[in-house]
Design a binder for this molecule. Structure first.
Ligand code: NAP
Length: 276
């Protein structure tokens, strides 16, 4: 099913208090969608909601932690008390850790798996059954990453979680086809959002590398508004995979046509980011 017109449609976005989630919420609002937004960051969430309401659309907001099943149950109850089902579910909330495998701490694994992987699963489990039951189709976007099809040695554990989201989205797309629910793996390349500053950097010279990475992203990365456009285009065209930005496109085609070239590029790109 191709959801070309969002006017009057209910679009749910997790992690909507910042970055790509906020940009996607505001673009959806400008296209007439009714919004359902959650984030664990209440202040950021309220800022997004106020900006969306200023566009003139209806917004339901709730603070929720996507990694916590009870928190997501409460969120889903609030949503379904108001709407039979959502039309578009965007599982966007995510976190990152900037380092290779050997510098990754056990808690980095736990946290990233809980938010990036289980968070997406929790969203699908809570909102898809109502979409299916209603029988009018819909769309799910799971935000993976270019690191979900071409791993980065600068973000090994993050890449693992984004490969999981990519695989989950492909399987879910096949599973949901008979219900006329499309599923997209959104795969942004480097995007200049607060995640670059909030995600811990580990390993040698971590402080210096953290500054370098922020500077590198500020100079070279895409804007979240550009990613938001690719997300809504993927919904309109029912795309399976939606790379966003030049690096993501280059890595996508390299991963399909010549993985060794993709890996070479990924090593170079990681080194450049670490050096600023
Ligand atoms: P962002 O600006 O940090 O936004 C992510 C939002 O999600 C933040 O408000 C964050 O709150 C929230 N969040 C984190 N954990 C949560 C949880 N457990 N429950 C609810 N909300 C939570 O980052 P972004 O760059 O827009 O990232 C959005 C998605 O794009 C993520 O899945 C990320 O992995 C993916 N992505 C980003 C890039 C990039 O270069 N920026 C590239 C590819 C993919 P806090 O501020 O409290 O953490």
């Amino acid at each position: 099913m191709k959801l070309k017109n969002l006017n009057g449609k209910v679009v749910l976005i997790t992690g909507a208090g910042s970055g790509i989630g906020r940009a996607t919420a505001l673009l959806s609002a400008r296209r007439g969608a009714t919004l359902v937004l959650c984030d664990r960051d209440e202040a950021g969430l309220n800022e997004t909601a106020a900006a969306a309401r200023a566009v003139g659309v209806d917004v339901l907001v709730k603070t929720a932690d996507v990694s916590d099943p009870a928190s997501m149950d409460a969120f889903a109850d609030a949503v379904h008390a108001r709407f039979d089902a959502v039309d578009v579910l965007i599982n966007n909330a995510g976190i990152g850790v900037w380092c290779g495998l050997l510098d990754t701490l056990p808690e980095d694994w736990d946290r990233q798996l809980a938010v990036n992987v289980k968070g997406v699963v929790h969203g699908c489990e809570r909102f898809l059954p109502r979409m299916i039951e209603r029988g009018r189709g819909g769309h799910v976007v799971n935000v993976s990453s270019a690191a979900g099809y071409m791993p980065s040695p600068a973000m090994s554990s993050y890449s693992v979680t984004k490969f999981a989201v990519f695989g989950l989205s492909q399987a879910l797309r096949m599973e949901m086809r008979r219900h006329k629910i499309g599923v997209t793996a959104s795969c942004p390349g480097p995007t200049n959002t607060p995640i670059v500053r909030t995600g811990p950097v580990r390993g040698a010279d971590a402080e210096e590398r953290a500054d370098n990475v922020v500077g590198f992203f500020q100079r070279t990365a895409a804007r979240p508004e550009q990613v938001a456009k690719t997300v809504l285009r993927a919904v309109a065209r029912n795309r399976a995979v939606a790379p966003a930005g030049l690096e993501a496109h280059v890595m996508y085609y390299a991963s399909r046509i010549s993985p060794p070239v993709g890996r070479w590029l990924s090593v170079r790109w990681s080194a450049m980011a670490n050096k600023g």
